[in-house]
Ligand binder design. Structure first.
Ligand code: GRF
Length: 191
């Protein structure tokens, strides 16, 4: 059976990307064929190199619109023939043109129990709102901000008196475990 080819897009530290690369190393279902980033100095690039996964650093040209930027990214991704695009802290909205190319095959992890707290700071917004429970959501990506159909969610309770840093750290660790688990299940369902 051919393994599904995953391209990860990430902009930051890349703990989720790392968890996915580590899982894929021993998976019979998937392989990570490349890691793309819109941030040259993102730590995720170093993590990809450690796993010997090819990297794409894709930077915006002066005055380039989102569509043209994404179409250039599609061209670069083409070389790796990805079946799935997995966003892991990719801090950019994807254009309709990009999503059309990979219809129904783009997924994301968001640090809140969507539809609560979409946007840039899921953990921060949940913490400020004094929620009793928080969590993360894995969803298909559509044109909106964190609005696509939900695939799976994992909840966790806030600990009384917990600092924001500890809360976020705990959330991220849960994400790192949850993302590969959900990918494994999703890819099985799509075989
Ligand atoms: C995670 O909290 C993820 O849910 C959000 O951005 C963060 C990325 O963290 N979309 P990392 O770069 O994977 O460590």
């Amino acid at each position: 059976m051919n393994k599904k080819r995953i391209a990860i897009l990430a902009s930051g530290a890349g703990s989720n990307a790392e968890a996915i690369m580590a899982w894929a190393q021993s998976s019979t279902l998937a392989e990570v064929v490349c890691v793309g980033s819109n941030v040259k100095s993102a730590l995720v690039i170093e993590r990809a190199k450690f796993f010997e996964v090819p990297t794409i650093i894709h930077l915006k040209k002066k005055n380039e619109n989102n569509r043209d930027y994404d179409l250039r990214l599609c061209e670069k991704l083409k070389a790796y023939s990805p079946d799935w695009i997995v966003l892991a802290g990719y801090m950019k909205l994807l254009s309709p043109e990009f999503l059309k190319r990979f219809q129904g095959r783009v997924i994301n992890i968001h640090p809140s129990l969507l539809p609560a707290f979409p946007g840039l700071d899921g953990y921060g917004d949940a913490y400020k709102a004094n929620v009793v429970e928080s969590g993360c959501t894995i969803h298909f990506v559509d044109e909106g901000m964190d609005t696509g159909p939900i695939i799976a969610q994992r909840k966790f309770l806030l600990i009384k008196g917990e600092s924001f840093e500890d809360f976020k750290k705990r959330g991220l660790l849960i994400e790192n475990q949850f993302y590969p688990e959900v990918l494994e299940k999703l890819l099985k369902d799509y075989l």
